[in-house]
Design a protein around this ligand. Structure first.
Ligand code: NAD
Ligand code: IPM
Ligand code: MN
Length: 367
C-alpha cells in the first residue's frame, strides 16, 4: 500500500479535460511501482452545483490531510451571476488561505521547440528559465477592510493592501532558498515609490538577504519597470519575488514568453510539516478557458508539468519529475501541438487526449 496521497480537484471548464491527461501519467507511474493513493473531489462551480458552495468543508478537510492537492481550474461564465461569496474562485482562495500556501512558485521556461512561437523574438526567449515566487495568502487579495459600501449617494469599492513583516520574511526566504539552488540571483519587485507596503517589503527582503543570504545577489525593481524588463530582456532574471497581485499579473505575462498560458505550471507551498515536506497545492497558471472548453483543444502540458512539480516538491521524486519534463520536451520537439500552439509550419495538430497519450508513450520509451 502506498503512503503517497493525492487529492485531485479537476474543477470547471477545461480543468477536468487537462486533469484526465494527468491521470494517465499517474496511472503510468503506478504501473512502474510508483503508486499514489488518489482521491477526487469537487471544487469551484462544480462544487457549487452539487453543494451550493465552491468548496465543501469535507473537501477542505481532505486537502489538509493529503500529501498534495492537484487542481485543474475553476470559474466560468455560468457562475458570473453568483454572489461574490460563493463564486468558484472563492473555493480556490479558501484552499490557499486555509492551507497557508504562502509561496507560489511559477516557473517560466521556454522549451527550444517553442522558441519561435513566443510573441517575442526568438533570441529574447530561447533558453529562458526564470522562477516567479508570488506571495499567495495575503496582500490586497485578503486585506481588511474590504467590500462595497455606500458612502453618501454613491457606492465605494474597497480592498486593502496589507503585509506584515513576518509574511514578507517567509516568502522572501522561500525565494532566496530557490535562488541559492539556481543561478544565485533574486530580484524583488514592489512599488516602494508609491506604497508603504512596498517600502516595508523592500526593507524586509533586504534585511533577510543581508543577514542570511549574503551569497545570493539581491536586486530590487519597481513592479511596473519589472513588467517592462520581463518583455525587454527576460533572461536578465533568475528568481523574482513579488506580492500577490503583482505576481498574478507578472506570471501571466511570463507565460506568454513561453509561447502559451497552456504551458505554465505552478506549485503553492506552505511551511514544512512534521515530515519535512510542505503542505502543497499544484495547479496550472491558466484558468478554465470557457472559450475552448469541451472541444478537445486545451493544452494539458501546464497541468502535467504541475504534477511534475508535485513529484519534485511533495514526493522527493526529482528524477521522475525530470523524466516527465523531458518527455514533454521531446513530444514538443517531435512537433506535436495543441490548438494554442498551432500556426507554424511543420507542426502536427493534436487534441488534448492525443497530447496526453503522446507524453505517456514518450515516458514509456524513455526508460
Ligand atoms: P483563462 O486562463 O481561462 O483563458 C485565457 C485564454 O487562454 C483563453 O483564450 C483560453 O482559451 C487560453 N487558454 C488558457 N488555458 C489554456 C490551455 N490549457 N490550452 C489552451 N488555451 C488555453 O483566463 P480567463 O479567460 O481570464 O478566465 C476564465 C475563467 O477562469 C474565469 O472564471 C477566471 O476567474 C478563471 N481562472 C481560474 C484560474 C484558476 O483556477 N487557477 C486561473 C485564472 C483564471
Ligand atoms: C491565478 C488566478 C486566480 C488568482 C483567481 C482565479 C482567483 O488568476 O491563479 O492566477 O487571481 O490568483
Ligand atoms: Mn492569474
Amino acid at each position: 500500500m502506498t503512503n503517497r496521497s493525492l487529492l485531485i480537484l479537476p474543477g470547471d471548464g477545461i480543468g477536468p479535460e487537462v486533469m484526465a491527461e494527468v491521470r494517465k501519467i499517474i496511472d503510468w507511474f503506478g504501473t512502474r511501482g510508483l503508486a499514489f493513493h488518489v482521491s477526487e473531489d469537487l471544487v469551484g462551480g462544480a462544487a457549487y452545483d452539487a453543494h451550493g458552495t465552491p468548496l465543501h468543508d469535507d473537501t477542505m478537510a481532505k486537502a489538509q490531510e493529503v500529501d498534495a492537492v492537484l487542481l485543474g481550474a475553476v470559474g466560468g461564465p455560468k457562475y458570473d451571476v453568483l454572489d461574490f461569496s460563493v463564486k468558484p474562485e472563492r473555493g480556490l482562495l479558501r484552499l490557499r488561505k486555509e492551507m497557508d500556501l504562502f509561496a507560489n512558485l511559477r516557473p517560466a521556461q521556454c522549451f527550444d521547440a517553442l522558441a519561435d512561437f513566443s510573441s517575442l523574438k526568438k533570441e529574447v526567449v530561447s533558453g529562458l528559465d526564470i522562477m516567479i515566487v508570488r506571495e499567495l495568502t495575503s496582500g490586497v487579495y485578503f486585506g481588511e477592510p474590504r467590500g462595497i459600501h455606500v458612502e453618501g449617494n454613491e457606492r465605494v469599492g474597497i480592498n486593502t493592501q496589507r503585509y506584515t513583516e513576518s509574511e514578507i520574511d517567509r516568502v522572501a526566504r522561500a525565494a532566496f532558498d530557490l535562488a541559492r539552488k539556481r543561478d544565485g540571483r533574486l530580484c524583488s519587485m514592489e512599488k516602494a515609490n508609491v506604497m508603504e507596503s512596498g517600502i516595508l517589503w523592500r526593507e524586509v527582503v533586504q534585511a533577510v538577504g543581508d543577514k542570511d543570504y549574503p551569497d545570493v545577489e539581491l536586486s530590487h525593481m519597481y513592479a511596473d519597470a519589472g513588467a517592462m524588463q520581463l518583455t525587454r530582456w527576460p533572461k536578465q532574471f533568475d528568481v523574482i519575488v513579488t506580492d500577490n497581485l503583482f505576481g498574478d499579473l507578472l506570471s501571466d505575462l511570463a507565460a506568454m514568453l513561453t509561447g502559451s498560458l497552456g504551458m505554465l505550471p505552478s506549485a503553492s507551498l506552505g511551511a514544512p510539516m512534521e515530515n519535512g515536506r510542505p503542505k502543497a497545492l499544484y495547479e496550472p497558471v491558466h484558468g478554465s478557458a470557457p472559450d475552448i472548453a469541451g472541444q478537445g483543444k486545451a493544452n494539458p502540458i501546464a497541468c502535467i508539468l504541475s504534477f511534475a512539480m508535485a513529484l519534485r516538491y511533495s514526493f522527493d521524486l526529482g528524477a521522475e519529475a525530470g523524466r516527465l519534463e523531458k518527455a514533454v520536451e521531446d513530444v514538443l520537439a517531435d512537433g506535436l501541438r495543441t490548438a494554442d500552439l498551432l500556426g507554424k509550419e511543420g507542426a502536427t495538430p493534436v487534441s488534448t487526449a492525443e497530447m496526453g497519450d503522446a507524453i505517456v508513450t514518450k515516458l514509456a520509451t524513455s526508460a
